[in-house]
Design a protein around this ligand. Structure first.
Ligand code: NAD
Ligand code: FES
Length: 293
């Protein structure tokens, strides 16, 4: 069992938990994720890692209530435990595998949207630990939904906060800040990392393509097994079939087919939709999830 050492509500429907998982904490890296299961009958829930403490053996997860399982998870308290806490899964962020001096030579812009701020945080923290000051834009619908501001301010070189309704920071969406920094202030970035809702990542990528700025995104399609067997997290990247759980979750955002990914996300929710996808996708669908009719 994996004990919850801290449980905290960050905002409406958004929760943070520190979970005792020493093996995962020892080896996890920014960009990777875990799959948790509350009990025998519980659904498998994929969650990006928000932080980790190798000495204490804890992993921090942040999640939003989106359905029955996450609602039940939000009811867990300190002292409760998860039956399964599987990870780290997926590929670590590219810069983790590179020579730090090469990473230091680039100027990074991180763009975090809503709950996507949680997976951006360990990347920005990693940069600070390696002596690299990065610019970070955090966007939220309003002040109440802004999360991890203090942590991000501590880790970032420059932090730009924006809210859709202007209740805090600048007014507008993250894309407006990107345009301002690059076009009005003339800052030249080498890489942008954008993580948030798919619609945000799509529009960030449309803009950065226009501005000629390489952009990495972290995809979070529906996942079932998290091991590349079920086909649930299938995506098209540069015209090739990829599975977010094993090939990603991070990809070159200019190559991701976001429209297909968002449409597939909707279709996968119903039994009929899953059967249709299986018929359309053939062998590359895998079908190992046992949910596809
Ligand atoms: P949200 O809808 O509040 O959006 C956050 C910010 O993204 C906005 O404030 C805005 O600045 C920007 N944004 C949104 N739509 C945009 C558009 N069309 N153009 C430009 N910018 C736009 O975010 P939320 O409610 O926290 O998002 C929840 C979603 O995020 C869920 O679907 C969840 O699955 C997803 N999520 C993704 C990841 C990931 O790894 N990619 C991680 C956690 C959550
Ligand atoms: Fe990726 Fe099953 S969740 S293939």
């Amino acid at each position: 069992m994996y004990k919850i050492l801290k449980a905290k509500k960050l905002a409406e429907k958004i929760f943070l938990m520190d979970v005792e998982a020493p093996r995962v904490a020892r080896s996890c890296q920014p960009g990777e994720f875990v799959i948790v299961k509350m009990d025998e009958k519980g659904e498998r829930i994929p969650l990006t890692i928000c932080d980790y403490d190798r000495e204490k053996g804890t992993v921090t997860i942040v999640f939003q209530i989106v359905g029955a399982s996450t609602r039940r998870m939000a009811g867990l308290n300190e002292g409760d435990a998860f039956q399964d806490f599987v990870g780290p899964l997926g590929q670590a962020s590219e810069f983790v595998k590179e020579d730090p001096t090469e990473v230091k030579g680039r100027r990074y812009l991180f763009v975090a949207g809503g709950v996507g701020t949680a997976p951006v945080y360990p990347q920005v923290k990693w940069m600070k630990e390696h002596g690299i000051a990065v610019d970070v834009i955090v966007g939220a619908k309003n002040k109440e939904l802004l999360i991890l501001e203090d942590e991000m301010r501590e880790a970032a070189g420059n932090l730009y906060v924006t809210t859709d309704d202007g209740s805090y920071g600048r007014k507008g969406m993250v894309t407006e800040v990107i345009r301002d920094l690059i076009q009005n202030q003339g800052i030249r970035y080498d890489i942008c990392v954008a993580i948030g809702p798919m619609i945000m990542m799509k529009f960030v990528c449309l803009l950065t393509k226009e501005l000629g700025l390489k952009t990495i995104v972290s995809m979070n399609p529906i996942m079932v097994d998290g091991t590349g067997m079920c086909g649930a997290c299938r995506l098209s990247v540069g015209g090739e079939v990829k599975f977010a759980c094993v090939d990603g979750p991070e990809f070159d955002g200019h190559l991701v087919n976001f429209d297909e990914a968002m449409k597939r996300q909707q279709i996968y929710r119903t039994e009929e939709g899953r059967a249709m996808l299986k018929a359309q996708e053939g062998d590359t669908h895998h079908g190992g999830c046992g949910q596809c009719g």
